[in-house]
Ligand binder design. Structure first.
Ligand code: URP
Ligand code: ZN
Ligand code: ZN
Length: 468
């Protein structure tokens, strides 16, 4: 099947270009200057007129949690529902976090993730590995996993007793990464101190959802980020900070980058738009929908402004969603009496491209930077480039046709995530995904899903291309 996309504006990390794109089977066969395909007499089975539309590389969401066990329940999206929702939003690849649970081995955790994802994903997928118990066996497994294309590992400085690693464990995992080329992804919050504050709040009777944020101060994200960077420098390992939310953390990343170190960070749409007071602090139990870690930050300090600036300056390399959806009913409700029992996570896999396009509309980001932070850098950061993340001959035919002038409103009534609420309810968006091709197959056609669960394949990844 050959598809020729004509008359569109191809947007890549290098800018906007008036070009036509030929898809042949699963790959991009050619990119022509406007009219070049016609002049060359290129034949196609389907010709798509993309006049007035952007033609983008498929989005890569490098931080998702499908069916993730947490606090006695599981995140609500399966690999099937979550990847279909992703496709609706212009994302054609996810990197999900497989879990080694505390007290268990690495391999069974990874195998469980393969079982869940195999034959169910609508788009391509890969895994990072969460190390929930760094010991000699886990360190040895890291080398094997890197050879098998799982080249990044997440460690937690938060959640004592669940996923937490102490500084010694972190240092040892970083030393292993320094020797095998892996990238360490860090959840940087001081979980020991947070647990003290949370226990004190509960003892005072402060049990509403907002206390989740009040007991996780931004300083403790800054402190953990600084500590993680120092440990990485001692180990000689690269470091990638996940879901960075606080300006204090960003400052430490910026200093390390300014000194030339291999320190990178992502942020998420929720930290760019939502706040402690307006969302986590909603009346009654409504704020539970916004409980995630790190928490939403106060609107009284310029966290959001600084994160947008970080995206522009490249101190923040990219944007992922940390999609970890829990319904209000039966899930978030587990913490009605005590915020500590609210499952942590916000769903948003469907809205990342749209929400970051708002940054373009609002003048926060250039068009090229939008694509770079959502599509190209994730591919390079996690060893998928140039198979993914770019519109170029030979790359996978992951292509999004995006209408920059369409308008729509985000709502639980029209989203495709398995969620009974939307953290983004009522957000007016300028721009909309029109059609999506995933490895050459049309999966979204004018807003309707026309793909197939099982089309998505596991992607073996190389080492991060920012380190080579
Ligand atoms: O609240 C969050 N972020 N839940 C998902 C797990 C994690 O820490 O990324
Ligand atoms: Zn985390
Ligand atoms: Zn996460």
């Amino acid at each position: 099947m050959r598809t020729l996309i004509t008359n569109g504006t191809v947007v890549t990390a290098t800018g906007a270009h008036e070009q036509d794109v030929l898809l042949d089977g699963q790959t991009i066969a050619a990119v022509f200057t406007r009219g070049g395909a016609e002049a060359a007499g290129v034949a196609a089975d389907e010709v798509v007129d993309a006049t007035g539309r952007y033609v983008l590389p498929g989005g890569i969401d490098a931080h998702t949690h499908m069916e993730m066990p947490f606090g006695g329940t599981h995140s609500a999206d399966t690999f099937e529902t979550g990847t279909i929702a992703a496709a609706h939003g212009g994302t054609t690849t996810i990197i999900d976090f497989a879990i080694q649970a505390a007290g268990q081995q690495v391999r069974p955790g990874l195998e469980r993730w393969f079982e869940k994802a195999e034959g169910t994903c609508a788009i391509d997928y890969s895994f990072h590995m969460i190390l929930g118990g760094v010991d000699d066996a886990a360190l040895k497994e890291m080398d094997g996993l890197v050879a098998e294309g799982i080249t990044s590992f997440k460690l937690f400085m938060a959640y004592p007793g669940v996923f937490y690693s102490d500084d010694g464990q972190i240092l040892r995992a970083m030393q292993q990464a320094a020797s095998n080329g892996a990238l360490i992804c860090m959840h940087a919050e001081n979980g020991i101190a947070i647990d003290v504050l949370a226990e004190q709040a509960a003892a005072r009777g402060d049990t509403d959802p907002i206390n989740h944020g009040l007991t996780r101060p931004s300083r403790l994200e800054g402190e953990a980020t600084h500590r993680a960077i120092q440990l990485a420098l001692v180990a000689g390992a690269p470091l990638y900070i996940v879901h960075l939310s606080a300006q204090e953390a960003l400052e430490h990343v910026a200093v390390a980058r300014g000194e030339g170190h291999n320190v990178f960070a992502e942020t998420c749409p929720q930290y760019l738009y939502l706040t402690l007071e307006d969302h986590l602090g909603k009346p009654g139990f409504e704020g539970a929908a916004y409980v995630a870690s790190p928490p939403l930050r106060t609107r009284d300090e310029p966290h959001r402004e600084n994160l947008w600036r970080g995206l522009r300056t490249n101190d923040l390399s990219m944007v992922a969603t940390d999609h970890c959806p829990f319904c209000m009913k039966d899930q978030k409700e587990l913490g009605r009496e005590d915020f500590r029992a609210i499952p942590n996570g916000i769903g948003g896999i469907e809205h990342r491209m749209d929400l970051l396009h708002q940054g373009v509309v609002d003048g926060q980001l250039s068009l090229a930077r939008w694509v770079e932070t959502c599509c190209t850098t994730p591919a390079r950061m996690f060893g998928l480039y140039p198979q993914k993340g770019v519109i170029a001959p030979g790359s996978d035919a992951d292509v999004v046709i995006y209408d920059p002038t369409a308008r729509h409103t985000l709502s639980v009534d029209n989203h495709h995530m398995a969620l009974d609420h939307s953290a983004w309810e009522g957000f007016d968006i300028t721009g909309a995904v029109e059609s999506v091709y995933a490895r050459g197959r049309k999966v979204i056609d004018h807003g309707s899903f026309v793909g197939r669960a099982g089309h998505g394949r596991f992607l073996k990844r190389g080492l991060s291309q920012y380190l080579q």
